[in-house]
Ligand binder design. Structure first.
Ligand SMILES: [Fe+2]
Length: 308
């Protein structure tokens, strides 16, 4: 039994010395400004969350991962179990926050009570015609050009110094279920894709991936869900035209099955566009996979050696 079960990832937070430069990149990436001043930048997507990406003015780096609790009552239960305070959340959408520190010193924020807005994504999309399903009849497809349409944040990946210690810490508090554990050798696992325990409600194959990497603890990447494959590819062309730095893609992962496209922000933090990922319930259980499964692709280029 965990202290609470988190509902989803809510946002990632960074520091950067130039908020305008961060904003310009994120707008090309497919986010919109929700609130900006000299000290803080909040960017939102089209899915109704008040923000998905935050930047504090300062020396460049990763600052925090934010999860959303199912209720304010859960937030209070978490705070009581940790001996921490529930604080008002000074950010777009308001609400309340509890701030924790994980075994590697990563700041973990859990929020509840944020005011959501109406999703602004999306005109009625024209469905795809496949051989099995002729779903678009008597209508042309025009996908448009420009930035991808980010709907939501889907997951984040953290490098950790001791996978088992971090796994125990996150599972005990937030109720994560392992989807795929990565066994580098028999009896030696170096990480796991963790999904939220939403019971019978389907949820992403992973919301958090913990990886005991040779590079040590730290931020690896954060991944934003875009509308569909056309949107991801249009977004790819737009970032390419903006002379942004690609990191890996376009391809389809094995574990989680997403179509992925990774880019670097102006300070090197990797952000991912993804679409068409696996959705699992609690009943799907857990699997063990290999490093080849982790790094391999179903199609697309192999993972570059400098990824992460
Ligand atoms: Fe990812």
């Amino acid at each position: 039994m965990s202290v609470i079960r988190i509902e989803d990832i809510a946002y990632v937070r960074f520091r950067a010395p130039n908020l305008r430069e961060m904003q310009a990149f994120l707008e090309q990436f497919g986010l919109e400004a929700a609130q900006v001043d000299d000290a803080r930048l909040f960017m939102r997507g089209h899915g109704g969350a008040p923000f998905l990406h935050a930047t504090d003015h300062g020396e460049a780096g990763f600052a925090a991962i934010g999860f959303r609790a199912e209720s304010l009552a859960d937030l209070h239960a978490l705070a009581a179990a940790e001996g921490l305070a529930v604080e008002p959340f000074d950010a777009p959408g308001g609400g309340s926050v509890v701030r924790l520190t994980d075994p590697d010193g990563h700041q973990v924020e859990v929020v509840a009570g944020q005011t959501l807005t109406e999703p602004t994504i999306f005109d009625a999309r024209q469905p795809w015609n496949s051989v099995e399903s002729r779903a678009r009849l008597r209508a042309v497809k025009r996908t448009g050009q420009g930035p991808a349409h980010v709907a939501r944040l889907g997951h984040a990946v953290l490098g950790v110094s001791d996978f088992r210690a971090s796994e125990a810490w996150y599972k005990a508090r937030f109720g994560f279920i392992t989807s795929d554990e990565i066994a580098a050798a028999p009896q030696f696992s170096i990480g796991a894709f963790l999904r939220c325990d939403r019971g019978e409600t389907p949820t992403d194959h992973h919301t958090l991936f913990l990886l005991q990497a040779p590079t040590g603890p730290g931020f690896n990447h954060a991944a934003f869900e875009v509308r569909d494959l056309d949107d991801l590819m249009a977004g790819h062309d737009h970032l390419k035209a903006g002379v942004r730095t690609p990191a890996w893609g376009v391809g389809r992962h094995i574990l989680g099955s997403q179509v992925f496209d990774y880019w670097r922000d102006p300070w090197g933090h990797i952000l991912e566009h993804w679409t068409d990922g696996d959705l699992l319930t609690a009943a799907e259980g857990s699997n063990t996979a290999t490093l080849q499964d982790l790094l391999g692709v179903q199609w697309g280029p192999p993972s570059p050696p400098d990824f992460g």
